[in-house]
Ligand binder design. Structure first.
Ligand code: GDP
Ligand code: GDP
Length: 449
């Protein structure tokens, strides 16, 4: 079992959100010990004192290549008061937001009244429940655990969270109860990075492609182990091979002849779709036009990493520079995160800045924030600046996970719907904290039903 700290982005990234597993049960049955075992490190707090309170804490876990989130809950006591009642409510919330519930019972004690009450709550939730008979440290206890069939939750899984006995089988059962894994998008070693070179006609796309090809003197036709579409170009930049997608038209310059905007936008859509990162060329000598905006929108909506290259910089004088800065503030304010480079395909100015900019954008695009760090930051943020009160209540964040990468997608589990403004605020702060320069970021809210 390996704990993923999120620093390495796997290529087998599932498309859907990470499944959530909630661990519930009476105080002291061994929930924290089990969570520790699942995540493979000692981080959850283990206390000997019954009823010691813990808030719902999510952790990243991984088993057999499947990533998921484990939520540790405090002890579930149905008739609890005050603090303990608050924990019970938290546990119920954890159950409601979970895909799979792991219900832990102490096998050395057997099912108690309190366990029976918990079972009723679990039935109401209609979630798949895995029954765990913990503290089955030896065969004698393991045998006794069979009496837990009486709870009506199916087969009890005897384990010893403390010593590890049975935990592999349990994890297999948890995985089997999860929603089916989305197909693996791409396996094996990754080919060259795919880049779309887009922009309205005459901004200098062909010139730039010719420039990088000539400058680097290394237009290659194939790379060992990869098949490259004949319409693409492989170009070496800064010691790395890059795949410029759908460039056949650029090289043959056929788009000049049939350069209607309709065909231009179709070509852009195709190239962006096939790429991981787009370089949008703008003509720095001319005002940013609606057509430029449409190209930028196509990239952002496709969820691709974005580098904006202001081309024809050789034509920019101090006067133009002044107005361009104002235009950028005004016209590009919805995408302040885009990486910008000022280049000249004609003179070769700063063309060497392109590869580092692409790498930075791609790193953001594939960045994964560990669940622990994400939730710590979010708790602090929402405490400092809570959601405004709506109809007498202020919706709160229960917890958050990163549902995917390329581009980064975050899901906030909340007590109610969020205002669009507050959602944007969270996204802005998320960018400030973790930095996603060059990549769109998606934040969605999943209110508790
Ligand atoms: P929680 O309140 O349900 O989170 O329970 P904890 O994880 O804090 O565990 C309560 C106590 O049970 C601790 O002293 C643990 O060391 C102990 N414990 C947990 N799992 C096992 C186990 O598999 N076998 C034995 N013998 N003790 C365990
Ligand atoms: P495309 O339609 O986007 O492929 O644009 P082209 O590469 O065909 O360039 C359109 C025109 O702009 C041509 O006349 C190029 O010579 C000119 N051009 C391209 N890049 C630059 C540049 O950096 N500076 C200047 N001054 N002209 C450029």
């Amino acid at each position: 079992m390996t704990f993923s700290d999120g620093t390495s982005a796997d290529s087998d990234e599932p498309a859907g959100p990470q499944p959530v597993v909630a661990v519930v049960g009476r105080p002291n049955v061994g929930k924290s010990t089990l969570v520790n075992r699942i995540i493979g490190r000692r981080q959850a707090v283990v206390e000997d004192v019954p009823g010691v309170t813990r808030d719902r804490v999510p952790y990243d876990a991984q088993w057999n290549g499947r990533r998921f989130t484990v939520v540790d809950t405090g002890g579930w006591e149905p008739d609890a008061r005050d603090r303990a009642a608050a924990i019970a409510a938290q546990a119920e919330i954890a159950v409601q937001t979970a895909d799979v519930v792991v219900f832990v019972v102490d096998a050395t004690i057997g099912a108690t009244d309190m366990d029976e009450k918990a079972v009723r709550m679990l039935r109401r939730s209609a979630k798949p429940v895995i029954l765990v008979a913990n503290k089955a440290d030896n065969q004698a206890v393991e045998l006794e655990a069979t009496s837990l069939w009486s709870l009506g939750l199916g087969e009890p899984h005897p384990i010893s969270a403390l010593h590890g006995r049975g935990s592999g089988d349990l994890l297999d059962a948890i995985l089997a109860a999860m929603p089916p894994a989305p197909p693996i998008i791409e396996g094996g070693p990754r080919g060259p990075r795919r880049v779309a070179l887009v922009g309205r006609p005459n901004v200098g796309k062909s010139s730039l492609l010719n420039r990088v090809a000539r400058e680097e003197r290394a237009v290659v036709d194939s790379v060992a182990g990869t098949t490259v579409d004949p319409v693409d170009s492989l170009v070496e930049m800064d010691g790395e091979i890059w795949q410029f997608v759908d460039t056949a038209g650029l090289r043959k310059r056929v788009n000049q002849a049939s350069g209607t905007e309709y065909y231009a936008s179709l070509r852009t859509a195709g190239a962006v779709e096939a790429a991981e990162v787009a370089v949008v060329l703008l003509d720095a000598a001319e005002v940013i036009s609606e057509q430029d905006q449409r190209v930028l929108t196509q990239v952002v909506e496709a969820g691709r990493a974005l580098v904006i290259a202001f081309n024809k910089w050789d034509l920019v004088d101090a006067d133009r520079r002044f107005y361009l800065d104002k235009e950028i503030d005004r016209e590009l304010k919805r995408i302040p995160w885009a990486i910008r480079v000022n280049i000249s395909a004609k003179t070769g100015r700063a063309v060497d800045k392109l590869a580092p900019a692409l790498r930075r954008a791609l790193a953001s695009w594939e960045k994964r924030i560990p669940t622990g760090a994400l939730n710590q930051w979010l708790t602090a943020l929402t405490q400092a600046t809570p959601h405004p009160v709506r109809g007498g209540r202020a919706p709160r964040v229960l917890f958050a996970t990163q549902a995917g990468v390329a581009p980064p997608r975050f899901v906030l589990f909340t007590t109610g719907p969020f205002d669009a403004g507050y959602q944007r605020f969270v996204e802005r702060k998320l960018r400030e904290e973790f930095g996603f320069e060059g990549s769109p970021v998606e934040v969605s809210v999943r209110p508790r039903k």
